[in-house]
Design a binder for this molecule. Structure first.
Ligand code: F6P
Length: 364
């Protein structure tokens, strides 16, 4: 007989950019909810859009079986943000969409909605909880930038992909005596570039948190070349920013960027070539980082967070996001991550680790 549960019926959705481990988390939630507590589960298609358009279906074990290792999300995802961006700017709120979400929630007779997503999704979840809906958040993103949890699933898998790419670039950079700039995801936070850069032995690592001085990078690359190293690898987060750009207003920065290539890697490669005269190439890893099977570590984290979310459901502890703190899985109030980003702290030990092994972080 199933255990007693406060929540009898709940909805589940995945929103924002997908990542490896989403299906493992869906399976964790659904299995524990169904097997332990006999809860009814409503799968919502394509993030919050599925609630706006009432695109839903009841999930049975055959729907969440065999998905542990599957990339992507069986529910589909979208970047639909009924409250606008991650700010609390009231002007961006689409009240028709918010009403539609509330209507669908009540028509479906849900006791709670479980949202799997990044900063935007958990912020939307918090705002819906302020509108009276019961919400439980589950943090996911390859960017590892969700405030309130030590790690997000997806990060570990993307790190392995990024590291393998850096490993592979070494031999071609060496063969051609080139500098290669590889761009990894991370608009606002540089976790992925920092970890993959250290794991792959990047010679320069550039993060959004540390505006770079192109002259410092140039000095480092020239010194390397003079010491007999014929090639260099520069690992840049997509949000890497130069001191020069940091000084520009938004409009000038946009113009400068549009005139200097489609993304950070191209811009930085060009700046390096101009600064040093070294032949420099750019590689953008892009969506490769988000696709494919989750790593073992992400499967474990996703499953643990998923089953922990079910304990919150069973106990009626709504308005919370499950989180990893140290080696413990627990939960925090959904208001904690709302509208925030977990950046790499400037005193984070790995910045010094990187510098200690001779990596230039762009600042000296
Ligand atoms: O999911 C977060 C992320 O991976 C960011 O690092 C990146 O900027 C963004 O997704 C790009 O995703 P999309 O093109 O799907 O909006």
């Amino acid at each position: 007989m199933a255990n007693l549960s406060v929540t009898k019926r709940f909805g589940i959705l995945t929103a924002g950019g997908d990542c490896p481990g989403l299906n493992a988390a869906i399976r964790g939630v659904c299995r524990a909810a169904y097997d332990r507590y006999g809860m009814e589960i409503v799968g919502i298609a394509n993030g919050f859009r599925g609630l706006i358009e009432n695109d839903t279906k009841v999930l049975k074990p055959e729907n969440f079986s065999g998905i542990l290792t599957l990339g992507g999300t069986i529910l589909g995802s979208s970047r639909e943000k009924p409250f606008g961006g991650t700010t609390s700017d009231k002007d961006e709120v689409d009240s028709d969409k918010v009403s539609a979400i509330k209507d669908t929630y009540s028509k479906l007779n849900l006791d709670c909605l479980v949202v799997l997503g990044g900063n935007g999704t958990n912020t939307t979840g918090y705002k819906l909880s302020c509108e009276g809906l019961n919400i439980i958040g589950l943090p996911k993103t390859i960017d590892n930038d969700i405030f309130g949890t030590d790690r997000t699933f997806g990060f570990h898998s993307a790190l392995a992909i990024g590291t393998e790419a850096i490993d592979r670039l070494h031999s071609t950079a060496q063969s051609h005596s080139r500098v290669i700039v590889i761009e990894l995801m991370g608009h606002k936070a540089g976790w992925l570039a920092l970890y993959a850069g250290v794991a792959g032995g990047g010679d320069v690592i550039l993060l959004p948190e540390i505006p770079y001085d192109i002259r410092a990078i140039g000095r480092h690359l020239v010194k390397r070349a003079k010491s007999g190293k014929t090639f260099s690898i520069v690992v840049a987060a997509e949000g890497a920013i130069s001191l020069k750009e940091a000084d520009m207003d938004k409009k000038d920065r946009k113009k400068y960027r549009s005139e200097n290539g489609p993304s950070a890697a191209y811009r930085i490669a060009r700046e390096i070539q101009d600064e040093t005269g070294m032949e420099t190439r750019a590689t953008v890893l892009g969506y490769m980082q988000r696709g494919g099977i989750p790593s073992a570590s992400d499967r474990v984290l996703a499953t643990s967070l998923g089953t922990a979310a079910v304990e919150l459901l069973a106990n009626g502890k709504y308005g919370r996001m499950v989180a990893l703190t140290g080696n413990d899985i627990g939960s925090i109030d959904l208001s904690v991550p709302e509208g925030k980003i977990k950046n790499v702290p400037l005193n984070y030990y790995m910045i010094d680790t990187a510098k200690a092994v001779g990596t230039c972080m762009g600042d000296e």
